[in-house]
Write a protein that binds this ligand. Structure first.
Ligand code: FES
Ligand code: MG
Length: 600
């Protein structure tokens, strides 16, 4: 470290001898009776007064695992090793459950609960005597919910991922969780497998404890937590059942106590530079299109300016280095053995694409954590100059159909480029007829009878944060069975105001804002309208006149606006009143006004 770097870092955090936050509860000089009352019930399970009054850091273990949340359930075991780490370093662990979020079974959609889990975690961390917290992450939305809460509260915090599942197999063929669902749907629609075949194929993708073993939203968000510096280097990719996972839990417990002593807080780590590192890393790993939503949300909560233009400007022109499904071939075990995120970041650092001199959870810089950690396995993690794809990041699209949408280019297949784009004047722009569905139920009912051909754009609307509360993960749509039976080799392009699973490989334009439910122009689109998609200009336009757009908009409003399903629970109603658009992270507008609340 140079002297300047030392100075820069020491300005961020200083080892302080200030009293612990928990002493406001447990060791009050002004009111011993109150401290006794606060402390009293924690003695009930065997903690002693001496422990609680000895000014040892009280560390929360925010456990997101339960029977209801199987992806994260292994945390019930890992928490024991976290405790041992905390105790070995002289801290006291207090474990508590977070609001569970299970991606694959929560109806109507798990994203609805990201903000609920965030809110409840903020309340717990604010209201109880915590000096620091270990955030137990994993399944898609659990990770951003934790990071958002850490950002708002701003006490020392570190993420511990549950880790991906082991590889799934069908004989020698790798079967990736999540990704296999889309494959099975296509084979079923084409009549190649029956109902039983779907179940058998899909369940082969999930062989053990852990989160999805593909580069879906879970692997992505945990990699980005690590890229931000909010987890131990190399921790995100360790498969759940591996011995290194338990060892990592122990080391994370040790680390959080050190972080409390050093007063190293989320605001010292999650700086603008850290978010830029995360965007750059997201391209190289082939990360999920849910990442901009979640990372923009975390940034909003910590007060860093970040938007979808940053994703295009910083991320689009970079290469895809990780050969992992859905964009590539491998699954979590190979990725881990090949070196995981540090091996990816080592490539990016060499090329000057990362901010190397910023602080991470372990007190070291990004450079100190990743330099020289290149992969030995060039099939799994490519060298920077021999990538999977040269320009693999997201495009930030705009136009007269919406103001903002994200397109993931790394999953556009060779077949799509060669066959769908064949008649277009250039490879980056095309015109096609739209067929419009109002939500997934309408899609199911009409996909086989609607006028869909090989050159149709499938449009899904009514599925944004307001329309389908929480924004449904349904924009990736399978072509009708009759086209698949004819041998359609590519996925039809899709556009929508909802989201797409990070495990899907469709060339889709997603997260379109404003959504139809806000009476954005998606709401006036009709079956048969022509759309022009121009990737170079980053535009999607309806090819109808300005006057016609105006007229349709007025008619829609005169008719009472776009109709969407009513709220079925109190929280759905509250969510709809508070939420902002996907382009801005789908945060609660009033929640972002509260920042660094532990310091208040
Ligand atoms: Fe939980 Fe994929 S469904 S990680
Ligand atoms: Mg998902």
């Amino acid at each position: 470290r140079t002297k300047e770097l030392e100075e820069k870092l020491s300005k961020l955090t200083t080892t302080s001898d200030k009293t612990l936050r928990s002493s406001k509860w447990l060791n009050r000089a002004d009111d011993k009776a109150m401290s006794a009352l606060y402390m009293d019930r924690y003695l009930n399970y065997g903690l002693t007064r001496e422990e609680l009054m000895s000014d040892r850091p009280i560390i929360g273990i925010a456990n997101s695992g339960s029977d209801l949340a199987p992806c994260n359930r292994h945390h019930l075991t890992l928490a024991k090793r976290v405790r041992e780490g905390i105790r070995s370093a002289g801290g006291i662990a207090i474990e508590f459950p977070t609001h569970p979020i299970q991606e694959s079974s929560r109806r109507p959609t798990a994203t609805l609960d990201r903000n609920l889990s965030y809110l409840t975690l903020v309340e717990m961390l604010y209201a109880y005597p915590f000096d620091g917290v270990v955030l137990m992450t994993g399944c898609d939305k659990t990770t951003p919910a934790c990071l958002m809460a850490a950002a708002t509260i701003n006490i020392p915090a570190i993420c511990l991922n549950v880790g991906p599942m082991l590889n799934g197999y069908d004989k020698h063929t790798l079967i990736g969780s999540g990704t296999v669902v889309w494959k099975a749907r296509e084979l079923h629609a084409a009549g190649e497998i029956d109902d039983d075949g779907v179940t058998e194929m899909v369940t082969k993708g999930t062989p053990s404890a852990g989160h999805c073993n593909t580069m879906g939203t879970a692997s992505t968000m945990n990699a980005l937590a690590e890229a931000l510096g909010m987890a131990l280097p190399g921790s995100a990719a360790i498969p759940a059942p591996y011995k290194e996972r338990g060892q990592c839990a122990y080391k994370t417990g040790l680390q959080i106590v050190e972080m409390v002593h050093a007063d190293r807080k989320p605001s010292d780590i999650m700086t603008r530079e850290a978010f830029e590192n995360a965007i750059v890393s997201n391209t190289a790993i082939g990360g999920s299109t849910n990442a901009p939503i979640h990372l923009n949300a975390v940034a909003k909560h910590i007060g860093v300016k970040l938007d979808n233009d940053d994703w295009d400007e910083l991320g689009h022109g970079l290469p895809l280095l990780v050969n992992m499904q859905p964009a590539g071939e491998i699954l979590g075990e190979e990725y881990f053995r090949a070196g995981g995120l540090p091996a990816v970041m080592a490539e990016l650092l060499d090329q000057g694409k990362l901010h190397g001199d910023i602080l991470t959870a372990n007190g070291k810089t990004v450079r100190e954590n990743v330099q020289g950690k290149h992969s030995w396995d060039r099939r799994s993690i490519k060298a920077y100059d021999e990538p999977m794809i040269k320009e693999a990041g997201f495009l930030h699209m705009t136009g007269n159909l919406f103001d903002s949408a994200i397109m993931k280019t790394s999953v556009i297949s060779k077949a799509f480029r060669e066959e769908f784009l064949e008649n277009a004047e250039d490879l980056n722009a095309f015109e096609a007829k739209a067929i419009v569905f109002d939500g997934p139920e309408d899609y199911q009912a009409r996909i086989d009878t609607a006028d869909v051909d090989e050159r149709t754009i499938l449009v899904m609307r009514g599925t944004g944060p307001l329309g389908y509360p929480g924004a449904a993960e349904v924009v990736n749509m399978t072509a009708p069975g009759r086209l698949l039976k004819k041998g359609l080799k590519y996925s039809l392009p899709c556009i929508g105001d909802g989201r797409q699973s990070g495990t899907s490989g469709s060339p889709s334009i997603l997260n379109a804002s404003p959504e139809a439910a806000e009476n954005g122009n998606l709401a006036i689109l009709r079956d048969g309208d022509m759309l022009r998609v121009d990737l170079t200009k980053r535009r999607v336009d309806i090819l109808i006149s300005e006057a016609e757009i105006q007229k349709r908009g007025e008619d829609l409003l005169a008719d009472g606006g776009y109709k969407y399903i009513e709220s079925h629970t109190p929280y759905q109603d509250l969510f709809r009143r508070e939420v902002g658009p996907l382009s801005e992270g789908m945060v609660f507008r009033r929640a972002v006004q509260f920042q660094r609340v532990a310091q208040k």
